[in-house]
Design a protein around this ligand. Structure first.
Ligand code: PHE
Length: 366
């Protein structure tokens, strides 16, 4: 008994003065380890008379509990001390000169997406996202393209071998339009969103890459008409190209998910081997170029997304972000966008400090 008491006192003293986690571990092994004295003392209980055991057992258990508690307390104290010492030792030099800091640049696609988000935020649009790995219901069926629709074949879709739990085909989304469905399902109406992101089609040459970027726009509300669509796109294109003389031509077209559908052309002229957007395409020296697909959202799409098409209607548009970047900043080969060549990035990239803002001009280069 006295033996256990004095051994416990000695152990508690050693634990209280241990100065490292290693020393503490040695104390733990010495007392509570498999061959530690507490463990050995517990083993002797079996050979005792019931009367002896009734006295010895609680004493050993108490010793074990006291030592375990002391070990925990000391461990916590040592860890706190170590953290404080590290915080005092390690310093962060905030005085590094700025010119030594960023070596990278913002890719033109990221820059243009930021510009678009800024422009549309000013018009009251929120940014929505959806998965790049989609199912064929969101990518096609809900957008009024059932299994037999010829537009499906035109999309050069990458399919995965597996199906979803509901038995849907799994694919890489071929456009950002499935985000229309997801946004309506998630947020209901009214709704004003843009959805920028990556899309995939099995296609590759100087003007097509298997992965490229689109931005989708969707407005759902009451009494929305084609005039709202035209004003929105005109306002957006003027802000994006930073000129007032943007002229739009609306051309009847066909998309399964819009009715009526309109393709939007802008006038441009060639200057120094580059297409410069501005003016009417009918002016001398000018021509028209298609920049956006759009239309009034098809009733069947609104219904597929769970809204009542008699109550809600709206417009949608979609366009290629890479192509917008090419038009605005004048790179001609799309493939170079995704080569990661540091010389190309140094030339066409943007400063990370140069955030696009409407007040400073969305495309400002410092
Ligand atoms: N999703 C169409 C495409 O990829 C573009 C589009 C979007 C057209 C929205 C109309 C409305 O070509």
């Amino acid at each position: 008994m006295t033996d256990i008491t004095s051994q416990t006192q000695a152990a508690l003293a050693a634990i209280a003065t241990a100065t490292s986690l290693e020393a503490l571990e040695a104390q733990r092994l010495d007392a509570l380890g498999k061959k530690g004295w507490v463990s050995l003392a517990l083993k002797t209980l079996g050979g005792m008379s019931p009367e002896e055991r009734a006295v010895a057992a609680p004493a050993i258990q108490t010793a074990r509990a006291e030592i375990a508690a002391a070990l925990d307390a000391r461990k916590a104290a040592l860890e706190t001390a170590e953290l404080e010492a590290r915080l005092a030792r390690e310093t962060l030099d905030l005085t590094l000169p700025a010119h030594a800091a960023p070596k990278g640049s913002v890719h033109p696609v990221s820059q243009v997406m930021d510009e678009l988000a800024e422009i549309f935020a000013d018009l009251g649009f929120a940014v929505a996202t959806g998965p790049e790995i989609e199912d064929d219901w969101h990518n096609f069926t809900a957008l009024n393209m059932d299994e037999t629709h010829p537009a499906r074949a035109m999309h050069d879709t990458f399919y995965f071998p597996d199906k979803t739990a509901e038995g849907r085909e799994v694919l890489l989304r071929t456009h950002t339009s499935p985000v229309q469905i997801r946004a309506m399902q998630e947020h209901g109406a009214p709704l004003r969103i843009i959805a920028p992101g990556r899309v995939y089609r099995s296609d590759s040459d100087a003007t097509h890459t298997p992965m490229f970027h689109q931005i989708e726009g969707l407005v759902i509300d009451k009494d929305i008409h084609l005039g709202h669509l035209k004003w929105t796109l005109e306002t957006f294109l003027k802000a994006f190209f930073e000129r007032e003389d943007i002229v739009l031509r609306l051309r009847p077209s066909y998309f399964p998910f819009t009715e009526p559908s309109v393709e939007i052309d802008v006038g441009y002229a060639m200057e120094g081997g580059r297409r410069i957007v501005g003016g009417s395409g009918d002016e001398p020296g000018h021509a028209w170029m298609e920049v956006l697909g759009s239309g009034m959202v098809n009733r069947r799409v609104i219904a597929a997304a769970g809204l009542d098409p008699d109550e809600w209607q709206g417009f949608a548009f979609g366009t290629g972000v890479d192509r917008l970047a090419q038009l605005k900043y004048g790179m001609n080969d799309l493939r170079a966008f995704f080569d990661g060549d540091p010389r190309w990035l140094a030339h066409y990239g943007f400063s990370p400090f140069d955030q696009p803002t409407l007040s400073a001009g969305v495309g400002a280069r410092t």
